[in-house]
Each structure stands twice: as C-alpha cells, then as structure tokens.
Design a protein around this ligand. Structure first.
Ligand code: 6PG
Length: 238
C-alpha cells in the first residue's frame, strides 16, 4: 500500500463530468489573454468529456480560439479518419465545433510509413513554434491502467529517449505502432495536467506515487503539475 502523495496539485471532483468542467475552467483561465496559446492534447477514452466541455456554450463563447495552437502528445499509426485516431477524437469532439484556425492545428502524421521521419519532423516543428526546449503552455495527459502516459509504455525504449522531443514508440496493445512526445518534451511544458477517472486506474495511481510507472517520470522542470481526479480514482489513493 502506498503512503505517499501524488506529485503536484491534486483536484478531486465527484465524477467524470465534474472533472471535465473543472479541467476546462483551468484551461480557459490559462489561455486568457495569451497571444499564442500552445496546447498538446491527448487521446484515449477519458478526455472526450473535457473536449465536449470546452466545446459547450460556456467555454465556446468565452475562449479566444484564434489564439490556440494545437499539438498532440501522442498518436496511433492509423489514418486521421480512423476511429482509433487521436486526431479524429479531438476533431470530432472539439475542433469541429470551435474556430481554431486550421493552420494552427498540428497533427502527428502517424499514418506515414517512416515513423522515424515523422517524429523528426514533429520535433523540428515543436522547436520552431515553442522554442528549445519546447515550452508548451499546457500538456494534457491521460493515465493508462498500466501507468503509461502519452505513448510511453512500461519497459519500452521510448521512455529513455532524451535527445529529441518526439519519437516512434510501441504500445503493449493495438494499435501497437505509435508516435509520442518524449519525457524531456513533456517536462519542458509550463503546465501539465493529468485527467484520470474511474476505479480501474487505482493501481496506476499507486504506481505514480511509488515511482514505478512511466507517468511518475512526468515532473515539469520549471512548470506546474495538476491531477484532475474523480472520486472513484481518488479513493484508491486516499
Ligand atoms: C492513447 C493515449 C494514452 C491514454 C491512456 C489513458 O493514445 O491511448 O494518449 O496515453 O491517455 O491510455 O487512456 P484512457 O483514457 O482510455 O484510459
């Protein structure tokens, strides 16, 4: 049993909808009055409530979407219109509903055959747009039940990549081929938020506290780390 605490600030809300509303409000405050708001988004099943909250009337009308620049934390090696594409998830739930200029949307082209080249292109893009190291304003992350985050899976080589900002990676379940930001890229961000809901994430959260899973290695060098949890997930660490 873990006795420590999650690193960073922890916000516990009643349920996934409340988590989404809280995280959306946090993002809305961070992007207010920012000329170039650079955010990396995440995939998986959890964040769609958050994207839907951002697209709801409360935030759709109050956020200045023209200032948003959107990047991806990771992508599966599937075409952008595939049901498993993280790009498609964010388009369907958010970007098709709010006026982010299309030239500000930078998807990972993970359907291309040479993932090494795609990763190199993406690393270059991040440097050009966010500096060296790339300082994203916000990185959104999920937590897998095995403690992976973005596409940084336990025991895989991508976890050790320290000389670039994006790399091909391999998942432990399909789709296996992935592209992911590296730990140095995640840790260079100004704000990093994990959005984690549901009791099945219990072991993974304990793994973060114990420092035994990939997500435990997300510790912004010079930025904030916030955990948005629902009560079911938080009970496991209470
Ligand atoms: C992906 C992700 C991944 C995700 C976690 C949690 O492409 O799968 O970006 O890191 O955030 O697997 O996923 P769930 O929200 O589905 O549990």
């Amino acid at each position: 049993m873990s006795s420590g605490e999650l690193p960073g600030e922890v916000r516990v809300l009643t349920d996934p909808i409340a988590v989404a509303a809280e995280a959306a409000g946090w993002i809305a405050r961070l992007c207010r009055d920012v000329e170039r708001f650079r955010i990396a988004v995440t995939g998986g099943n959890t964040p769609h409530f958050l994207y839907e909250a951002l697209a709801s009337s409360t935030f759709r009308t109050s956020i200045d979407w023209q200032h948003w620049h959107v990047y991806w934390g990771d992508e599966r090696a599937v075409p952008p219109d595939d049901g498993q594409s993280n790009y498609r998830l964010v388009v369907d739930t958010l970007l098709s509903k709010v006026p982010v200029p299309s030239e500000h949307v930078h998807r990972m082209e993970a359907e291309r055959p040479d993932l090494q080249a795609v990763a190199a292109d993406y690393a270059r893009l991040l440097e050009e747009e966010c500096g060296r190291p790339p300082r994203l304003d916000v990185v959104l992350l999920g937590l897998g039940s095995d403690g992976h985050t973005a596409s940084l899976f336990p025991g895989t080589a991508a976890l050790s990549v320290a000389d670039t900002w994006a790399t091909p990676s391999r998942a432990t379940y399909p789709p296996y081929e992935r592209l992911t930001l590296t730990l140095p890229a995640l840790n260079a961000a100004a704000s990093v938020a994990f959005v984690v809901t549901g009791a099945p994430k219990a072991d993974a959260l304990r793994g973060v506290i114990d420092g035994t899973v990939p997500a435990a290695r997300v510790r912004p060098d010079n930025g904030e780390l916030v955990w948005f949890l629902d009560a079911a997930a938080a009970r496991s660490i209470g």
